[in-house]
Design a protein around this ligand. Sequence first.
Ligand SMILES: Cc1cc2nc3c(=O)[nH]c(=O)nc-3n(C[C@H](O)[C@H](O)[C@H](O)COP(=O)(O)OP(=O)(O)OC[C@H]3O[C@@H](n4cnc5c(N)ncnc54)[C@H](O)[C@@H]3O)c2cc1C
Length: 358
Amino acid sequence: MNKIAVVGAGISGLSMANYLEKHKIDYHLYERRKKEDLAGHGFLIPQEGIEYLSHIIDPVLLFKHGNFLKKYIQYSHTGKVIAEKKLDQVFAISRLSLIHLLTQNIPDNKITYGETVSLCDKEKGRLIKSDGTYLDTPMAVISDGSRSRIRREVFKEQKMRLVRECEVVNIITDREITSRIDDDFIKFHHEDGGLTFGVLKLSVDTILWYAQFDIEKYRINECSGNQLKQYMLEVFENWDPLVSAILQSSSYQNIHLWSVYELEKLNPFFTDRMVFIGDAAHPLIPFTSQGVTSALKDAFVLTKYLVQESCLTTAFTKYEAERKAEIETHINNGRALLNQFLLPLTQYSKNILPISYK
Ligand SMILES: Cc1cc2nc3c(=O)[nH]c(=O)nc-3n(C[C@H](O)[C@H](O)[C@H](O)COP(=O)(O)OP(=O)(O)OC[C@H]3O[C@@H](n4cnc5c(N)ncnc54)[C@H](O)[C@@H]3O)c2cc1C
C-alpha cells in the first residue's frame, strides 16, 4: 500500500501511527501544534484501554508514568460519604505523558509539526497543506479532534451543540495532598446537582483535580489563571476542607477550561478516500472516560481491515460497522451520566460507576 496521510497527532492519530508502524505500513503524520506545545489534562483509562495501549507501548514503561486507582468514593460537597465502589484496573495518566509515550516509536521523519491540513475549496475531496500544496495520498486518516475542521467541511449539514457542562482541569505537584488521597478516585457532589469536584493521583507527588459545572447555573468565561482561582475559591468556599486545601495550594499557571461539544447525530465514518477516527469521528463527552479507549480501538480496528482487505471501501465499511454501535452506546451512557450530574444528589441512581461501560 502507498503512503497513508494521518492528519492530527493527538491520541488517535498517534495510536494509528503506532499500529501502522507495527504492521510496516508506510504513513506520514501531520500535526498543527508545535512539538513542544503540549498543554492539556489527564485521562482515566479503563482496563480495555490499557489492553489496547499494551499492544503498542511497553506496559512496564506505561505503568511507570501513571497510577492505578483502587476505589471510587462519592461524597456530598460537605464531605459525607454517599457511596463507594472498588475500581477494576482504572488507570490515570497525564495527557503529556501519554503523548510522549505514543510518540517514542514514531521516527522523526514520519511526523511534521506545525502543519495544518485542510480540505481544498476548489478541488473537492483533496487535502491541502498550509503552503498550498496538495496532500496527494491514496488515503487519509482524519484524526483532528472533536471540533474537526475537515469533518465540518466534508459533512456540511452536521450540527454540533454545546453540552450543558464545562470543566476546569488542573494538574498540580503536592506530595502532602497526594499522600492524603492515596489511590482513591474522590468526587464531591453539590447536593443541589450541577457542580462536582474530582481529584485523583497521577504519581507519588502529582494529582489531577477537576471541577464540572452546569453552564446554565455557573457562567464561566475564558479568563486568566488568577481570575479562575478567585472564582473557584468563591464557588467552592463551603465545601469539604480537602477541596479548599487543594484549591488554596494549587498553582493556576496551567489550568484549563474546557467547553464540551457533541454531534447531534453521527456522520458516516468515511468518504471514498478519507476515514475518520477518534474524536474527529465521534466526540465523546468527558463523563464517559472512553475517549482514549475508543481512539485506540478505532486505530486498531481500522489497521486490522487495512491489512486484511485490498479494497479501501471494504476496509472502511467493515471498520465503521465494527465501531459505530459501541460508540452509540457510549454516547447514550454519556448523556445519562450528564443528566444524573444535573440532578440533586437525592435523585442519583444507585449505580455509581463514574465512567461509561459497553
Ligand atoms: C475535560 C476533558 C476530560 C476528558 N477526560 C477523559 C478521560 O478521563 N478519559 C478519556 O478516555 N478521555 C477523556 N476525554 C476525551 C479525550 O480527551 C479525547 O477523546 C481524546 O483526546 C481524543 O483524541 P483525538 O486524538 O481524537 O483528538 P485530540 O486529542 O483533540 O487530537 C487532535 C489533534 O489534531 C491536531 N489538529 C487539529 N486540527 C488539525 C489540522 N487541521 N491539521 C493538523 N492537525 C490538526 C490537534 O492539534 C491535536 O493534536 C476528556 C476530554 C475532555 C475535554
